[in-house]
Design a protein around this ligand. Sequence first.
Ligand code: SF4
Length: 380
Amino acid sequence: MMSLGIYVHIPFCRSKCGYCDFSSFAGMESLIGSYLRALAKEIKSFELFDELREVDSIFIGGGTPSLLSGSELKELTSGIKEKFMVSPDAEVSIEVNPSSAGRSYMEQLIEAGINRVSIGVQSFQSKTLDKLWRQARHDDAAATVKSAKIAGFKNISVDLMFGVPEQTLYDVEKELEIAISISPEHISAYQLTLAEGTTLFEKVKKGAEILPDEKLLLQMSQKVSDSLLSGGYRHYEISNFAKQGMECRHNLHYWRGGEFIGFGAGAHSFYKGRRLYNDGGVKKFIENSNSNLPVFEEIEEDENQRLVDYLLMRFRLIDEVIDFSVINQRFNIDFLKLYLKEITKLESFGLLKLSDSGICLTRKGLSLLNNVLLEFVKVR
Ligand code: SF4
C-alpha cells in the first residue's frame, strides 16, 4: 500500500511578486486566524474512506507560510498528526521567505515538528530581486540558510530562478557559485515562466522589460546543470538537484503519480483515483467552512487525459524508467501494444529509451517534453 503525502496551502503574502500567479494574496493577513480555524476544521473532518495509510510527507506551502508563528504551525502539524498516521520519520517541509526568518524562528519551526525548510531565494543579487519585485534583499537569503543550519536543520532546499529580464550568463554563474558555497542539501532551479495577468508579463508585453533570448536561455539551463553536477548535486528532475538521498520526498509523490491530500484554499488532491480541488478564494474557503459546506470539488478527467497527465509527471524524473507493468495495471491497458508505433517513432528520433521493462526519456526528449506528450494524446 503506497504512502500518502499531505499538502497544506497558506495563501498569504506581504506583497505580490511581479511574476507570481500562485494562489496567494497580499494585504489579507487579518484573515490568518479565521483561515487557520477553517483549515483545522477541514483537516479534522476529512473523510478517510479507505484502510489506514501511512503519511510519509507533509508540505506546508504558499503563499508565505513563514508568516505563521511557531505556535500556529505547531497547532497545524499537531492537528495533522492527530488525524493521520504520520510516520515518525516523515519529511515535514515548509516554504520560508528569506525576509521573514531568523534563527529563533527556525528553532520554533523545529519545535513545531518541521524538519525541512525550502527557502524561496530566487536570487542572491539585488538587481535580479528587483526585477522580480521580491521583498527580500540579496544578503537575506544566505543569512536565512545560515540561521537554519545553526538552528539544526539537516535538510535545506533553496529555490533559484534564471531567465529573468537583464540577467546575464555571468549573473547565473554567480548565483550558482553562491548557492553551492552555502551547500544546501537540495537546489531547485526554475526558468522564469510568465503567466498572463502578472505585472511582469504586462511589462514584457509592452516592451518595458526584455527576457533573455532562446540561445541565452539554453546556455543558462546548461550552466545550471553543469555547475550543480560538478558541485556534487544529482540532477533528478527537470528543475531539481539534490545531494545523495536528499531528493524532495513530497514532490516525488507528485512526480511518481502517488496519492496526496491538499488542504486549504486552492489546494488539489489526488486520492483514491479521484482528483479534488478546493476553490482558490480565501474568503470563500472560510465561508464554506463556517456553513459546513463541502470545500472540495471533483475534477472530471477522461482516461486519456489521466494517462497523459501521469506521463507528464513521470517523464520529468531523469533516468527513472516507467515500468510497463505499473502503467498497465494503473490504466488497465496494454501500454506497449497500444502505443508501439509512437514509442518506436520517439525512440528512432532519440527522444525516448525503450527497455524490456519500460521507457524513460533521453535528455533530448526531456527538452521536447510537450512534443513527446502530444504523441500519446493523438492515439485514442
Ligand atoms: S512570495 Fe511566493 S507566493 Fe508570495 S507573491 Fe511572491 S512568489 Fe508569489
